[in-house]
Design a protein around this ligand. Structure first.
Ligand code: GDP
Ligand code: ZN
Length: 458
């Protein structure tokens, strides 16, 4: 397959002092050399070296930038093609001019994700690894970054490929039994088929258990702070934002155009909901009515419900309790520096098995315990092991759910004493669905769609 040479700015626009223009393709080195002046021509330097030189506009006979240029020859590169990376220091204007020069001298502007797509198409990485690159770009905390890294290194791929191998062996065994009944192979009895299917189903389930955590790491724990007016909601929001690194992200290529605010609480990214409009959900129940506020609250993964230590429980408090029935919540009794008027026992009873904490946001007391409780909720299932494979990608989760269903269908067919070829179809389908995770059995249009979600320059 003949591939043209692509170019893009591969560092975030406007961020950092150094910007990189990256070229990839057969002619990357030749093209870059057309507007580079250095001690040696780029075509003469050794692979995987960095050159110091100048970017020169031959038409205008003008030096644009002093640069460091990395030259990496195929196939030991990210895309498995020739790659040139031009490190510029001169801000946005000159980076753009360097990119323009690359385009006018024979490269084409890369589409979003095209570098990674080439790495995938050239067999350098599989699809779940390519998606991990995308996740890494968007990672909101170190923890999320680690998950993406693990996936990038192929942890999920390896697990999935292992399962597919087992499925393939099952299929082969059954086939032998059908085609050569006289052949004395280990017979794939119904019992054995069921057992193997059961094992595979369990493995898929294990992966799915991690998906909630994985999704939260990736997307953030959608958090809403509720409580009566003046109870301290703004104060809590501020202290969460100030105590922790606020992560402001602008996720390109998604439907969410609003800038969302995240804070990193002990490795758990909290997405403080509705920061654009109702930054705090003051009087949420009163303003929207119980039914609508329930709808809003339903979208939350976590409710922080503030109650005033200095006041007796009001009807509104009770209504809020009712609105968050059955939801993950932490009850925070604030203003402990004032006189106690709240009935603590009653609150604990209403809270059920959800944590009840006390704070004085004014005196900055109890905030540590609150953060502890938040991360405790998240890691409650003891899943924090570092080498654990979190499944975080929605597409992967969907495929795993379908694969689980397919293997269950197989088991049902076997148990109902249907002919083995019936179960065979479901087993094969399981194998195919898992294959879609790593990209063995996906269509071109899906690939195009996936890669188009990337940022430019990746
Ligand atoms: P919101 O209306 O729920 O957002 O409440 P705010 O955060 O705006 O706080 C309302 C008032 O309560 C402000 O004057 C805060 O300074 C005060 N406040 C917040 N937390 C505490 C606390 O722990 N103790 C005391 N005494 N006052 C507090
Ligand atoms: Zn407020």
């Amino acid at each position: 397959m003949e591939q043209d040479t692509i170019a893009a700015i591969s560092t975030p626009i406007g961020e950092g002092a150094i910007a990189i223009v990256r070229l990839s393709g057969e002619e990357a080195i030749i093209i870059a050399d057309r507007f580079y002046r250095g001690r040696k021509a780029l075509t003469d330097v050794e692979s995987h070296t960095i050159q110091y030189g100048k970017i020169y506009d031959p038409e205008r006979e003008e030096v644009i930038e002093e640069v460091m240029v990395s030259v990496m020859k195929a196939p030991r590169t990210f895309t498995r093609e020739n790659i040139v990376e031009i490190n510029c220091h001169g801000g946005l204007m000159s980076v753009n001019r360097v990119l323009e020069l690359a385009i006018t001298h024979g490269a084409r502007l890369a589409e979003p994700g095209e570098f990674t797509k080439r790495a995938f198409l050239n067999g350098r990485i599989d699809l779940s690894q390519a998606e991990a690159v995308m996740d890494m770009i968007r990672a909101k905390t170190d923890k999320a970054m680690n998950v993406a890294m693990g996936q990038m290194q192929g942890r999920l791929s390896k697990l999935v490929q292992g399962l597919r191998q087992e499925l393939l062996e099952m299929i082969a065994q059954v086939e032998v039994n059908i085609d050569y009944p006289e052949y004395d192979a280990e017979e794939m009895t119904h019992q054995l088929l069921i057992e193997k299917s059961e094992e595979i189903k369990k493995e898929i389930e294990k992966l799915l258990v991690t998906s909630r955590q994985g999704k939260i790491l990736r997307e953030g724990l959608a958090t809403v702070i509720i409580g009566r007016p003046n109870v301290g909601k703004s104060s809590l929001l501020n202290s969460l934002v100030h105590e922790n690194k606020a992560i402001v992200t602008d996720i390109p290529g998604t439907t969410r155009d609003v800038i969302e605010e995240y804070v990193n609480v002990r490795g758990v990214p909290l997405q403080l909901i509705d920061t654009a409009g109702i930054r705090e959900t003051e009087d949420i129940v009163e303003k929207m009515g119980v039914e609508r506020s329930r709808q809003v609250l339903k979208k939350a993964d976590l409710i922080l419900y503030l109650i005033n230590y200095n006041e007796v429980l009001s009807d509104e408090d009770l209504r809020l309790f009712d609105a968050i029935k059955d939801m993950d919540a932490i009850i925070v009794i604030n203003k402990t520096d004032l006189e106690q008027r709240i009935d603590l026992e009653k609150v604990k009873q209403l809270a059920g098995n959800r944590p009840v904490l006390t704070t004085s946001l004014l005196k900055e007391e109890g905030i540590d315990e609150l953060e502890q409780a938040i991360s405790g909720l998240f890691y409650d299932q003891g899943l924090e092991g570092n080498d654990l494979t979190y499944v975080s990608n929605t597409r992967h989760i969907t495929l795993l759910i379908q694969a689980k269903k397919a293997i269950e269908d197989a088991m049902n067919a076997i148990e109902a004493n249907m002919p083995v070829d019936m179960a065979q179809i479901d087993i094969r389908r399981t194998w195919e669905l898992l294959g879609e995770i790593v990209g063995d059995t996906v269509s071109d249009s899906l690939i195009d769609q996936l890669f188009s979600q990337f940022c430019l320059g990746k």
